[in-house]
Design a protein around this ligand. Structure first.
Ligand SMILES: Cc1cc2nc3c(=O)[nH]c(=O)nc-3n(C[C@H](O)[C@H](O)[C@H](O)COP(=O)(O)OP(=O)(O)OC[C@H]3O[C@@H](n4cnc5c(N)ncnc54)[C@H](O)[C@@H]3O)c2cc1C
Length: 379
């Protein structure tokens, strides 16, 4: 496998880097402190094709491959994990679900507006009592003539308040029964649907995370995605792609922390020498560089398989699991390398440290990735 970046991937990465430096970097700490979700930035990224990276041009998207998608998320996450997370959630989850499982009418209606971020997407699987055990969901959809009526609460939803369009997994069969879930598209403003409590988070503070509440929310059958009973299976396929984006997010954070550490270790003098000259620091950088490269190879492998339409469940779980753990470890070491300065908000590494932790939790925890990988290995 040749993972050398193509000219196109390099160009796209440059354009994402320039955008991040110019329009995101100056505001990162302001958004983080205030937990402001900078919706305008996403509308701007929509104009550049970053919000519909994988959507074919026929539906108004950029029509790019997973390699460009991974490059964009990395470059944005090197500067701000929160913007990277929201970008990944919009592209892979809400938009990705409609792209994978929408019928032609649904694709024509939603994808062009999602790809340009005229509409922002949300995706609701998790509930207050069912996270890792998402198949045991309580939120129900009941058929009533030509409509469905949704009742229940989703939580931890990225863009649960600001999302214009949400894809929602509901239970349409008996609890714990096979094929008991169905996915629907719900538009903001539909009576009975509202955003709920916004979470006050450790990291990823500029990415909006909130409840979505459904109280006798009536939607037409035309908003059903695929067959009745296929919702959970669809969600697992969506997560196969989504986990590649969380691997990319992790890589961006790890690289941001690493690059800041290399630079700082050359500039910071103690005992009349740059701290990089101490083996204790240099070996940390060696470990970071090695682990980041291994994570990148796993991520590229998953991206390649996904682009070729090959099975990717195991490989995307491996990439997500490994890259996210590397992001946490690298940003932890970065704080150590910066010493006391690393513990302050004047330097970027404390934010990498806080943001990185989400990567081992969102779209399935590290334990759940190991469950997925071991199931595939033991097949
Ligand atoms: C910032 C943020 C954004 C998010 N965005 C979205 C979103 O847009 N849409 C969405 O649907 N969800 C979203 N989530 C939810 C996320 O996917 C869940 O938090 C995650 O799947 C874990 O579920 P939980 O929090 O309920 O933890 P639990 O499932 O309660 O897990 C608690 C602990 O138990 C462990 N555990 C559970 N089951 C097992 C097992 N079988 N074996 C071993 N260990 C186990 C877990 O690994 C974890 O360590 C988001 C979460 C966060 C924090």
């Amino acid at each position: 496998m040749n993972f050398e970046a193509s000219e196109l991937t390099t160009q796209v990465a440059h354009s994402a880097r320039d955008f991040a430096q110019q329009y995101i970097k100056p505001y990162v700490m302001q958004w983080d402190e205030s937990q402001e979700f900078p919706i305008k930035i996403f509308r701007e990224m929509g104009k550049l094709g970053f919000m519909g990276v994988l959507v074919p041009e026929a539906y108004g998207g950029a029509g790019l491959s997973y390699f460009e998608y991974v490059a964009i998320i990395q470059e944005i996450a090197k500067v701000c994990g929160s913007v990277g997370l929201s970008l990944a959630a919009h592209n892979s989850l809400g938009t990705g679900h409609i792209l994978l499982f929408g019928n032609e009418e649904q694709k024509q209606k939603y994808l062009p507006k999602l790809a340009t971020c005229e509409w922002l997407a949300a995706w609701g699987l998790t509930e207050p009592n069912t996270g890792s055990d998402a198949g045991n969901m309580k939120c129900t959809a009941t058929r009533d003539g030509e409509d469905w009526v949704i009742n229940g609460t989703k939580n931890w939803i990225t863009h649960g308040i600001s999302g214009d369009v949400a894809v929602v997994m509901t239970r349409t069969g008996e609890p714990r029964a096979k094929n008991n879930s169905t996915a629907f598209i719900v538009e903001r403003g539909t009576p009975g649907f509202k955003g709920g409590k916004k979470e006050n988070k450790l990291g990823m503070r500029a990415s909006e995370t909130s409840e979505m509440v459904f109280d006798n929310c009536r939607i037409p059958d035309a908003n059903r995605l695929g067959n009745v009973g296929d919702g959970f299976k669809q969600a697992m396929k969506v997560l196969d792609g989504g986990r590649i984006s969380i691997a990319a997010l992790s890589l961006g954070i790890a690289k941001g922390a690493y690059e800041a550490s290399v630079q700082y270790s050359k500039e910071r003098y103690q005992f009349d020498k740059p701290i990089s000259s101490f083996q204790g620091i240099a070996f940390k950088l060696a470990d970071m560089a090695t682990e980041i490269m291994a994570a990148e190879l796993l991520t590229n492998q998953a991206a390649d398989l996904k682009d070729r339409g090959l099975p990717v469940t195991k490989e995307s779980a491996m990439a997500k699991y490994y890259a996210s753990e590397v992001a946490v470890k690298a940003s932890n070491e970065a704080v150590q390398i910066f010493g006391g300065y690393g513990y302050t908000k004047d330097f970027p590494v404390e934010k990498f440290y806080r943001d990185s932790k989400l990567c081992t939790i969102g779209e399935g925890t590290s334990e759940i990735q190991k469950l997925v990988i071991s199931r595939e290995v033991l097949k």
